[in-house]
Design a protein around this ligand. Structure first.
Ligand SMILES: Cc1ncc(COP(=O)(O)O)c(C=O)c1O
Length: 403
């Protein structure tokens, strides 16, 4: 893959007509090493956030050995590129065929569930010639609040408190190893989210009186975006460690987490071209059906930088239209850019490694992109303490450098 020192060198060399994905493997490697070294347990990468094979290989090389997969497609993908990885099938609602293939063809032994029906499916699908599997690692997902997170994951999955004890007892009988899992919602803005969820774990263990071998605190670890400045990740890890140590579980119980966003948000950004300006609306060549789904659908604000040597000192607020013939291809922002931005300019949109590049479609014939690696720092980082706000979310080129 071609490499440039930074986005502005690429613009000078290529002046590309299609949107470009800028990859920073060094940022993903740094995030992975941080989790491997500092999280007080095992870190499973949530593949959903960005399934790119190059990223999977980067994370593996940095020490991430466990992968949270949610579909048979993700099972096959990770198994193909990382044959020695441990795969954990953490979607609580799976087809029996997917469970059977994962278990019998891909060596998956870890599954999550949040109902008796799912438990029965897993037991049936993993049996061999009528004999139940004796090597299952089963994690019961409990419902916890998403109140501290920017994106809720509280509605769809998770056993209710009234049904948890019964389900834990039944799952214990089918499992070689029993886990309890939860997800506090994505982009959790305070460690309190985990402390509160751990209280639910405690109540469930006490009520069910079962031996629990794994506590899986899920994903939700934040990244840095304009207007969203979370506390340091160490504060999350300390809270999780302390509350885990207080649980009524054995010394040999394992602590797991499933970070998606935190491992890959800084991995990729997007370079777009302005095709037209109408007042303070910029028509750019990627959008809601491309890598900017969250900017359009949940009004997520990403950091932006005008790729021009000089620009107006006056800053204005802009909204973006994507390239499709569709009014919904609209990103309200506001995105703060020099007031004289115009058609033909290039803009880097940062922090799109998680739930950005992974969401691309080819709707309306758009979606083509080329990947290049760049060596400079991402627009914001939780690992080097560069915050999107410190950079002002308003840039001309040249403020960042490789560190
Ligand atoms: C089961 C599960 N684990 C982990 C994640 C990753 O979450 P995050 O990207 O917020 O860390 C998700 C995301 O939806 C998920 O559904």
């Amino acid at each position: 893959m071609y490499s440039y020192p930074d986005a502005s060198s690429l613009v000078r060399a290529l002046r590309p007509d299609e949107p470009i994905t800028l990859l920073r493997p060094h940022a993903a490697e740094r995030a992975a090493r941080f989790f491997v070294e500092k999280f007080p347990g095992k870190s499973l990468y949530a593949v959903k956030a960005n399934p790119s094979p190059a990223l999977l290989e980067t994370l593996w090389a940095a020490g991430i050995t466990h992968y949270d997969v949610a579909s048979l497609g993700e099972v096959r993908l990770v198994h193909k590129f990382l044959p020695d990885a441990k795969l954990c099938f953490m979607h609580p609602v799976k087809s029996e065929r997917a469970i059977a293939q994962a278990y019998h063809n891909h060596g998956v032994r870890t599954f999550s569930l949040d109902s008796h029906e799912e438990l029965e499916k897993i037991v049936r699908a993993t049996a061999t010639d009528g004999t139940a599997a004796a090597d299952l690692e089963l994690c019961v997902r409990i419902r916890v609040s998403s109140d501290h997170a920017k994106l809720s994951l509280a509605a769809k999955f998770g056993a209710e408190p009234a049904e948890v004890a019964d389900l834990l007892v039944a799952t214990r009988q089918a499992a070689d190893s029993l886990g309890i899992a939860f997800h506090v919602g994505s982009q959790a803005m305070t460690p309190l989210a985990y402390a509160e969820a751990m209280e639910k774990v405690r109540a469930a263990i006490v009520e069910a009186s079962v031996t629990v071998d794994i506590v899986d605190v899920g994903g939700g670890f934040p990244s840095v975006y304009p207007g969203m400045e979370p506390p340091p990740l160490e504060a999350y890890f300390e809270t999780i460690h302390r509350t885990f140590e207080d649980l009524p579980i054995s010394y040999s119980a394992e602590l797991w987490c499933e970070p998606g966003r935190a491992l890959c948000a800084e991995y990729a950004s997007l370079l777009v071209k302005v095709e037209k300006r109408r007042d303070n609306e910029l028509y750019i060549n990627d959008g809601a059906y491309g890598a900017l789904f969250d900017a359009a659908h949940v009004s997520w604000r990403f950091p932006v930088e005008l790729m021009r040597e000089s620009g107006s000192d006056e800053i204005s607020e802009f909204a973006f239209y994507g390239p499709t013939c569709d009014d919904m291809d609209y990103m309200a922002g506001p995105f703060l850019l020099p007031a004289d931005v115009k058609a033909g300019d290039y803009i880097e949109i940062g922090m799109l490694g998680a739930y950005g590049c992974a969401m691309r479609t080819e709707f309306n014939g758009f979606g083509e992109t080329e990947d290049f690696t760049v060596e400079d720092e991402p627009m914001a980082s939780l690992y080097t303490r560069i915050a999107a706000n410190d950079l002002g979310n308003v840039h001309h080129i040249g403020k960042r450098s490789a560190q």
